[in-house]
Design a protein around this ligand. Structure first.
Ligand code: AMP
Length: 273
């Protein structure tokens, strides 16, 4: 493993032959991130993992301050991957001015995450576009846990004509079904037990959808979640993101959920067919 905090130094160490894969992350790595790294290593000659908590994608300053940062532990987890290149930039290495670009994502940045986290996707796309332009990867790996984010990146790449394959990777879960997330470490034991139920609601909703062909989540299920201790639902809906972006292929309906468990925000989704 080689670690660089300067993109210029990193570029000097890259071999220009063969495939380059990239895995952008905000660190506090867990097995979900590591599954992306493994996939990238299996399919590329050189793999870059970026670890950077990107300020422009946080619409809330307190959230940015509280976001977990564990760089030493992260490097420890990556140490055993042979030939990995890790990019850990400072703000100055990526931003000359700490602002995000204003993208046209059609309506995709207006719904769900976009509605609850205004400007979030402009920030995400800004850092990912910068990273794509710095390292010109052939393949870039993103998790389906953040399915709307993955769709935003696919939309950005198509609209800007960036030559990179955006590869979607399945969600890695804890034993009780909770989607792994760096934010999960903030939860108390009680909250963690409640959070384990979120994925079960998605599975239950999928069963109801299959049997009754519903196109909306039943109100009784929404009430059930809101009645859980410390739990506040933001959205729980059946949708198809290709509806909102002319750049996306129709991959079928999904059920999406976002809710707060105490002070931790959880998002998850499930494919319907
Ligand atoms: P983050 O560090 O949260 O920005 O995530 C970096 C990348 O890892 C994103 O593409 C995420 O979608 C992906 N990711 C995060 N959690 C998981 C998970 N549980 N399973 C698979 N991919 C994940």
């Amino acid at each position: 493993m080689r670690v660089f905090s300067s993109n210029k130094e990193l570029l000097k160490s890259i071999n220009n032959h063969g495939l380059i894969g990239i895995v952008p992350t905000m660190g506090s790595l867990h097995d979900g991130h590591l599954s992306l790294v493994r996939r990238a290593l299996n399919n590329n000659d050189q793999v870059i993992v970026s670890i950077y908590v990107n300020p422009t994608q946080f619409n809330n300053k307190e959230d940015l301050k509280a976001y977990p940062r564990n760089i030493d532990k992260d490097l420890e987890k990556l140490r055993d991957f042979k030939d990995l290149i890790v990019y850990t930039p400072s703000d100055n290495d990526v931003y000359s001015k700490m602002t995000s670009k204003d993208y046209d994502f059609d309506e995709l940045d207006k719904v769900m995450e976009g509605k609850y986290r205004p400007d979030h996707f402009n920030g995400v796309a800004t850092i990912v576009e910068k990273i794509f332009k710095m390292f010109k990867p052939n393949n870039a790996y993103f998790g389906e846990k953040d399915f709307q984010q993955l769709s935003i990146i696919k939309t950005m790449v198509k609209k800007l004509g960036i030559k990179v394959n955006v590869i979607s990777c399945e969600t890695i879960r804890e034993a009780d079904g909770l989607a792994m997330s760096s934010r999960n470490e903030h939860m108390t034991k009680g909250e963690r037990l409640i959070a384990g139920k979120i994925n079960k609601f998605l599975i239950k909703a999928k069963e109801i959808y299959k049997n009754k062909k519903i196109d909306k989540i039943p109100v009784s299920m929404i009430d059930e979640i809101n009645n859980l201790k410390n739990c506040k639902l933001e959205y729980f809906e059946i949708d198809n993101l290709s509806k909102y972006s002319s750049s996306l292929i129709d991959e079928g309906d999904r059920i999406f959920i976002a809710c707060w468990v105490g002070k931790t925000r959880i998002i998850d989704n499930i494919k319907l067919k």
